[in-house]
Design a protein. Sequence first.
Length: 174
Amino acid sequence: MFAEPDASVVSEMNGCSHTVFITSIIESSRSQEVVMGPIESTIVLAGGRIKCARCTARAKGSRAQCRKPAMTGKTKCRTHGGASTGPRTKAGKAAIRKAHLKHGEATLAARAKSSEQSCKMQQLEDVMHVMHMTSATRTRGRKALGYVPIRTFEQAKAWIYLDLLKKAQAAESE
């Protein structure tokens, strides 16, 4: 942000009342070297007659802070969720869950099963790489909940053994 001053300039400024101020600006600029600017907590409206809290939401692309005032007692404006209280009771949460359910494929049980299968596939991919069965690149992206990476041959053997044991127990229970 600010360039480091020359030693000659600093020596000329010694004894001047501005020396402390300038060096404090330089020190504070070093500590605030971030891409985003600081979050402004207040905004002045109506030609300086109204001072209120400013919305703390940021734009995804530019990381610029929202310019609207925050709702009373909140940190966000109406556009960014300041008016929302969200479901608070169990009945309210169930109603929201029911409203968002469009078909039976997206129930909590179905999502848990899908996540479990995704985790299993990612671990299978790890086993294939550990055993040098493939030279393909690994799958990118977020890993499933419950995913534990398999990095050694012993971990791969244990994972295969546990998988076979689970299949045998499932076959016995049927």
